[in-house]
Design a protein around this ligand. Structure first.
Ligand code: FO1
Length: 333
């Protein structure tokens, strides 16, 4: 019986929670005898949040997952490193460089310096990420969606002026409180899925869409030219998990993002936004929370097989149960 291969499209914090649950569940279902699993998980991760900052390449979603699954993340903040200090950040601010409102902690800077050093040595982002993961050993293969940049920038209206700012400025400095007129993926037309991503989609037994931000995480991944086609051509069933429960975003400001692209903040609207694979989209099956069970017949009508299961990921156990439901939904297709 060859190893089960699960490929997951994921963003940062929400994606990390889901991946942690999936890793736990696969270790339970396919134990390898020493605490690990014979199953192989590959995460295709959003790089739209990435930026060059004080000369360093910062990859927030890749780092959130690497730290969370490697055991180094700050569980309270949900991002960055545990036991962090900010001495270097204070120096950078004293020199007037960087973003004082976007804290790069001392330990976190170690990651950005290492990654930037690998990139300067000519490694691709995929190769650099693999080198960082040799240390953190997340138990999941982390693949940037593309080795070419496709940064998310946001067209905002602030103090009566239209400005285009990096996603992190809108997200962290403005807390997504100023309305986003539109999202721009800078350079995405020159980006393509990496060969490793295409291979992971083609050879997957199951493809899962994590309950990450449907616009600036999953949407950014789907926006890489060729990504949708690769997913639509996958032999594996594609199961998505709603990031919206009872009309509210589970985390982050997914509602602000959905509103910006004119999509209603409901589990059904997001499913239709991703689309049924049978009708040109990418989904075969969609998981909604039990509180949204009423949308099941509606979505079945639009070609998306839909199941209502508990979606709240309050801890690794509930995340593992949810991941198990997603795996079962794929098999039962
Ligand atoms: N989020 C914040 O709310 N405040 C910060 O100062 C901040 C710094 C930061 C530095 C590195 C990094 O990888 C992530 C960081 N984040 C911060 C989180 C970041 O906004 C999120 O991880 C995603 O980009 C949005 O999901």
């Amino acid at each position: 019986m060859n190893a089960v291969k699960v490929t997951v499209l994921a963003g940062g914090v929400g994606g990390a929670k889901f991946l942690k649950g999936l890793r736990t569940e696969l270790r339970r279902r396919f134990p390898n005898g020493d605490g690990g699993s014979t199953a192989e998980i590959t995460a295709v991760v959003n790089t739209g949040d990435d930026m060059w900052l004080t000369g360093l390449r910062v990859c927030p979603d890749l780092d959130s997952i690497m730290y969370a699954l490697g055991g180094g993340n700050d569980e309270v903040r949900g991002w960055g490193r545990a036991d962090e200090t900010e001495r270097v950040a204070a120096e950078l601010t004293a020199y007037g460089i960087g973003w004082p409102w976007f804290t790069l902690g001392d330990l976190d800077l170690g990651t950005h310096i290492a990654r930037s050093s690998f990139l300067r040595d000519g490694l691709t982002l995929t190769e650099a990420t693999a080198r960082l993961c040799e240390r953190w050993n997340p138990g999941v293969r982390l693949l940037p969606m593309s080795d070419q940049p496709a940064e998310t920038h946001v067209d905002i209206l602030v103090d009566g002026k239209r400005r285009i700012v990096h996603f992190e400025e809108w997200w962290v400095k403005y807390r997504a409180t100023v309305p986003a007129q539109r999202f721009i993926q800078v350079g995405v037309d020159k980006a393509k899925p990496t060969p490793q991503v295409l291979h992971a989609i083609e050879h997957a037994d199951v493809v899962l869409v994590a309950p990450s931000n449907p616009v600036v995480s999953i949407g950014t991944i789907l926006g890489v030219p060729g990504m949708r086609e690769a997913l639509r051509g996958a032999r594996a069933p594609i199961v998505g998990v709603s990031p919206i429960i009872s009309g509210a975003a589970v985390r982050g400001m997914a509602d602000a993002c959905l509103t910006a692209i004119g999509v209603e903040t409901t589990a059904a609207a997001v499913a239709k936004h991703y689309g049924a694979r049978s009708r040109g989209g990418i989904l075969d099956t969609w998981l909604v929370d039990t509180s949204d069970a009423a949308v099941v017949p509606v979505l079945e009508g639009s070609g998306i097989r839909t199941l209502a299961v508990p979606l709240w990921m309050s801890d690794t156990d509930t995340s593992a149960t949810l991941a198990g439901d997603a795996l079962d939904a794929a098999r039962a297709r």
